[in-house]
Design a protein around this ligand. Sequence first.
Ligand code: PEP
Ligand code: MG
Length: 574
Amino acid sequence: MVKGLGVSSGISIAKAFVIKEEELNIKKIESNPSLELEKLNKAIEQSRNQIQTIKEKASKTLSEDKLALFDAHMMFLDDPEFIGSIESKIKDDKANVDYAINETVEFFSNMFLGMDNEYFKERAADIKDVGSRMVLNSLNKKINDVSLIDEEVILLAHDLTPSQTAVIDKKFVKGFATDIGGKTSHTAIIARVLELPGIVGAKTATKDINDGDMLIMDAINGTIHINPSKELLDEYSKKAKDFLAYKKDLDKLKNEKAITLDDHHVEMAANIGAPSDMAGVLENNAQAIGLYRSEFLYMGRDNFPTEDEQFESYKIVLEKMENKPVIIRTLDIGGDKNLSYFDLPKELNPFLGYRALRICLEQKEMFKTQLRAILRASSFGKARIMYPMVSSLEEIIKANEIVKECKDELDKENISYDKNIEIGIMVEIPSVAIIADQIAKHVDFFSIGTNDLCQYTLAVDRMNEKISSLYNPLHPAILKLVKMVIDASHKEGIFTGMCGEMASTPESTLILLGMGLDEFSMNAPSIQAVKKVIRSTSMKEAKEIAKKALTLDTAKEVQDFAHNELKKLGITVF
Ligand code: PEP
Ligand code: MG
């Protein structure tokens, strides 16, 4: 069995199609220029023909804008600067063709990555993609073309390139897994967009699995079973069927409100990391963005995003949400999220260290760049600002002063923004949960970040697999804190949302609803499952359930109780 991170739920059973990455070990070897130039021309021609064939195939399933990817690849093959640079390495340095291509691709992709422009950054992936095709052709190596798959398979790769994912035909590709990648990797996003079961970060998948192996891919639990027994196959065939029926049932809820049987309404919101996540948000009809993890705009690049770049990203989301609330969380780096271009000190306890708002309050100019971008974007919809990792009231006051400074600047510059923009905080450190009644007087809303609240309250590192059994949001201490925060907010007439993973787990829904949680924010595909629970119960019943849950002594008791209550409502949870 191979384990990874399930990034879009579902179960697939099919044969493996493994894209093995060959170690090419490209070195410079002094060569005969005319022979190498001949190889280069042949490689260009072969690459051109292959791309043309793939494009023709893909044109049956892909839209015009996606097909443009292949034109971009073709353009590189005709680009005098790109090809000229390869040729001069061959002619002037007597380099071998594969080395000359490789060096040129590295040069251009680094140049694209260094540009302050999303369009050019994407071209870096394209030139690498077309470059590796040219290298393989120049060495007469076989290229695994995803577009040529014509039987049902589960695709496995170290990582998938843009041109591979663009030609995935859902008729044949029943799921895919990659060795690397996290929840927000390109592959994960594609999996969600294509609504295919996907697993990323499956570390040794392409080593442990051979072409043609029979696989069960369970993207709900992030497991891949290799050549399973007949019993397991039967079990999963049934599970896959049940899952499809469950999904179909949930799909019917997309246009419904999250409203209880006795008319209590809660807000179903989505968590996003980038504007590209908006497809899932709209598809699942989220009523708000409860958490926009802005740090992803800062990651995977070589320098801080400018005010304009950030403004554009926030504006796109705000416009797409058409005046529905969008909570933009200010930069939350540190802990496990680092920036290659920002030197964070090595610390013994980075999760308790110099991170998030603590950095922003010190690096004031950097913070102001982001705040100005959010404020400017607030003219295009309903933006809210949220500070992460708040541990005391002083931090909120200091941050608010910086917001005020930015507002004054914008006033002077005659730039418009939402003068009544609401400002709230993540409740993810126990200290603020405990004094939530005092803090509530100074903010417009709370959003409970159970991912961190759990690790800090229970002293359980959220990244440490060895102690993961101790990490349980249904621990009675967490329930008490959550209740305290919700009550404190309501007393001050403000709302409490939750954007930690707990909000997306149907087993917690009845308890959170009964406690009075106002907004549930989660990865968009989970929305309907939580909504289903909300629509199946009454607020009166949920309050009773929450009351009882708060009297239980252990996480296990709470969990069993919650499962039992779901069962009583006839709800199966995958
Ligand atoms: C949280 O801590 O619950 C949260 C939502 O933030 P992140 O997972 O980004 O730390
Ligand atoms: Mg957090």
